[in-house]
Design a protein around this ligand. Structure first.
Ligand code: PDD
Length: 281
């Protein structure tokens, strides 16, 4: 089962997967990406990811050279070639190669890359015990709804979490929770599932959407409202959502236990339903 590398329409070896030093993705972070996964060889929520990819492209004025069916075909072919039952698919499009100048030249050809690698599932032990996280200032720009390559603040936040020996860093902007460095934030209070509303300050997570659908289908109360940072420590339950972490219970924030310090009942119900859907689809 090989790792797959795809560059501008061709399957290539890692050694031959080379991009110019003049690529604007490299020089400016001028591009967009998606992280998608498979369950037992089936690509999970591909349309939702491609829809967001297309939206990100529109928002940065990057005309996509491929249609949705063409993208799907390439991704499906890459997954089949890899043969991994659980794969992590990374797709990235940059504005392409041009001599360095901030404004982009007309007629430039985008650079498209895709990798399909083996996905190690999120640790079942951590899923069962719950994870810890810290809070940190949200240092990102004003369009976090675009899945852009400019991830330095996320990288620094994740590094801070690693240094603190915890799994994730939750970002706080103007006293309100936004999201994790690689995940969306949820909390449960008085049996209602609350999450920050969609805005320019969070990524519209594919998993976030699914969690909200599941919660609504189970007749849970759902609240999409700003969450003051100080309220999170008083939550009954906290969890995160994301393509790679799926739904992960959070049991401690900044060293303070959430409720009794164990994954909550509503979180576990959502996790079970999520797993059923992921394995069924
Ligand atoms: N990140 N928020 C941020 C900042 C993210 O980077 C991600 C995912 C999410 C969750 O979105 P989704 O449910 O669509 O995966 C939220 C991916 C996995 C990454 O950058 O590796």
């Amino acid at each position: 089962m090989p790792d797959i590398y795809f560059l501008n329409g061709q399957f290539v070896s890692l050694e031959n997967a080379r991009v110019s030093i003049n690529d604007r993705g490299f020089q400016f972070g001028d591009g967009i990406y998606e992280v998608i996964r498979t369950y037992h060889g089936r690509i999970f929520h591909l349309d939702e990811h491609l829809k967001r990819f297309e939206k990100s492209a529109r928002e940065i004025d990057l005309p996509l050279p491929f249609s949705r069916p063409e993208m799907k075909k390439a991704i499906e072919e890459a997954c089949l070639k890899s043969g991994y039952p659980m794969a992590k698919i990374y797709v990235q499009m940059t504005r392409g190669e041009a001599e360095r100048s901030h404004a982009f030249p007309a007629g430039i050809k985008p650079t498209f890359i895709m990798t399909v690698l083996k996905l190690s599932p999120f640790s079942p032990a951590l899923k069962a015990s719950g994870i810890e996280m810290i809070t940190t200032e949200d240092l990102r720009w004003g369009r976090c709804d675009i899945k852009s390559l400019n991830l330095l603040p996320n990288v620094l936040a994740q590094q801070k979490a690693k240094k603190a020996g915890v799994y994730e860093a939750l970002m706080v902007r103007n006293g309100k929770v936004t999201e994790g460095s690689i995940s969306n934030f949820f909390m449960v209070k008085n049996e209602a599932v609350a999450t920050p509303p969609l805005s320019a300050f969070i990524l519209p997570g594919v998993t976030r959407d699914l969690v909200l659908d599941i919660a609504r289908s189970l007749k849970m109360k759902v609240i999409e409202e700003d969450i003051p940072a100080e309220e999170i420590y008083r939550a009954d339950e906290v969890f995160l959502s994301g393509t790679t972490i799926e739904i992960a219970p959070v049991i401690k924030i900044d060293g303070k236990p959430i409720s009794n310090g164990r994954p909550g009942a509503i979180t576990q119900t959502l996790m079970k339903e999520f797993e059923a859907i992921a394995l069924r689809e």
